[in-house]
Design a protein around this ligand. Structure first.
Ligand SMILES: [Fe+2]
Ligand SMILES: [Fe+2]
Length: 158
């Protein structure tokens, strides 16, 4: 089933924080770029997709390298998701370069918006815990501000 486009803007909030600062910084950039593509005109979308492709390569390579360098267990699924998403991004980039319209790019943006929260909560959160434990000896504590429906939330991510 295709993901349904959200009528709302896709923007960063503290609900996305996972507690490992280098990863959170990369994720904020991801959300910013997907949000920008979501509201971009057809004229602006190809250049934004090019920027996003550079981001995605760096983002996924960094996480893959953290997993490899620290011998993270059972990393194949996570690495495989990165490779599948990057391959879709590059295919749509090529379609645009070949003169295609923005239909595939807009569908890709909808998929990215739907894909990221689950990927972050499930696969990236486990890696964030792992990196924090290796670096600081414990689970990350995340302070989340301005979440919808609450003034503040402090919790260790699942
Ligand atoms: Fe990530
Ligand atoms: Fe990831």
């Amino acid at each position: 089933m295709s993901p349904q486009p959200s009528p709302d803007e896709f923007s960063w909030n503290d609900g996305f924080l996972l507690g490992y600062p280098p990863m959170d910084a990369v994720h904020e950039e991801f959300v910013g770029l997907v949000g920008a593509m979501k509201t971009a005109s057809d004229a602006d979308l190809p250049a934004l997709l090019d920027r996003f492709a550079v981001h995605a390569k760096d983002h996924f390579q960094a996480e893959d390298a953290w997993m490899e360098q620290t011998d993270f267990p059972a990393r194949e699924c996570h690495v495989g998701e990165h490779a599948a998403v990057l391959s879709s991004v590059m295919a749509v980039q090529q379609q645009l370069k070949d003169g295609g319209d923005c239909t595939s790019a807009r569908r890709l943006v909808t998929h990215l918006e739907a894909w990221f929260p689950g990927h972050a909560d499930y696969l990236d959160a486990a890696l964030s815990h792992w990196m924090c434990k290796l670096r600081w000896g414990g689970k990350p504590v995340v302070v989340r501000r301005n979440l919808p429906g609450s003034a503040a939330a402090v919790r260790a991510p699942e």
